[in-house]
Design a protein around this ligand. Structure first.
Ligand code: APR
Length: 253
């Protein structure tokens, strides 16, 4: 594997052309949406609107108090109408469109800012605020209004069976098989705006390192829990750093 010095981007290989990346996987977390005004989870004024996670983001919480849980997600869904994608979301969408290769965006975020910023085929491993799932017939539906006990499933027409299409603590994340395949095949892994506190996403950089064939970059406001596992770190705001990183990658293509 080509020796890549920490901190520099990709040193020109003395004996050959600069390395070009063809299979890029980008993992994003709440930090990429912070500059759009969407609260993160673990910064000091963390999200959860003064609710403990176990009171609003577990199947037990939903069984115990469905009205509280539905209203928590209804408030977050309604907030989406007041925020817009930022330069970081748009930079990743540009990379997907313009890089001659495969660019996969895997996000832990449940907002739709990647899509509204122009990205395609985003893998939402923790689900999506703008979707609901029927607990009776298991169908998933686009949903941008409040979801309540009076809401009717568009497929089976039952009342009160719709829940947020969100992966709660204790539930299995979505798209894991496809994500594992992409991590095995990638030659560049970029992590943006995540504290590296929650698995399995926090383990992706180790999965990539084990293949021995990929460069790894962390773009974050501060070093994450897994920062030392990355070959390269760029510290700062995603909205400021990602446009330049994307331009560097496109210049190499
Ligand atoms: N640019 C880049 N990084 C930023 C920015 C920014 N403008 N603002 C904040 N950050 C960084 C913070 O320093 C922090 O490391 O983003 C990270 C956000 O971390 P968390 O709040 O823990 O969010 P995330 O890592 O996405 O949480 C993962 O935990 O609670 C669960 O399901 C929830 O998907 C979430 C998961």
């Amino acid at each position: 594997m080509q020796e890549i010095k920490r901190g520099s981007f990709v040193e020109r290989d003395k004996n050959g052309p600069e390395r070009v990346f063809k299979n890029i996987v980008i993992l994003t977390g709440a930090g990429i949406s912070a500059e759009s005004g969407v609260a993160t989870f673990r910064d000091n004024d963390g999200l959860w609107e003064n609710h403990k996670i176990e009171d609003v983001a577990t199947p037990e919480a939903f069984a115990r108090d469905p009205v509280l849980v539905q209203s928590f997600y209804n408030a977050r869904r309604a907030h989406l109408h007041t925020v817009k994608p930022n330069a970081a979301h748009k930079a990743l969408a540009r990379l997907q469109k313009e890089l001659p290769g495969d660019v996969t965006i895997v996000t832990q975020n449940v907002d739709d800012l990647h899509e509204r910023g122009g990205a395609d085929a985003v893998m939402h491993m923790h689900g999506e605020l703008v979707k609901v799932r029927c607990r009776a017939c298991a169908t998933v539906h686009d949903w941008i209004i409040d979801c309540t006990a009076e809401s009717k499933c568009p497929t089976c027409e039952r009342l009160g069976t719709l829940r947020p299409h969100i992966v709660w603590f204790g539930e299995l994340p979505f798209h894991m098989e496809e994500i594992a395949e992409k991590l095995q095949a990638c030659d560049l892994f970029i992590s943006v705006g995540t504290s590296g506190n929650v698995y399995p996403a926090a383990g992706f950089v180790s999965n990539v390192q084990e293949t021995g064939k990929a460069h790894t970059i962390e773009v974050n406001l501060e070093p994450s829990e897994g920062a030392s596992l990355f070959a390269e770190r760029r510290q700062g705001k995603a909205g400021e750093l990602l446009p330049n990183l994307v331009q560097e990658l496109l210049n190499m293509g």
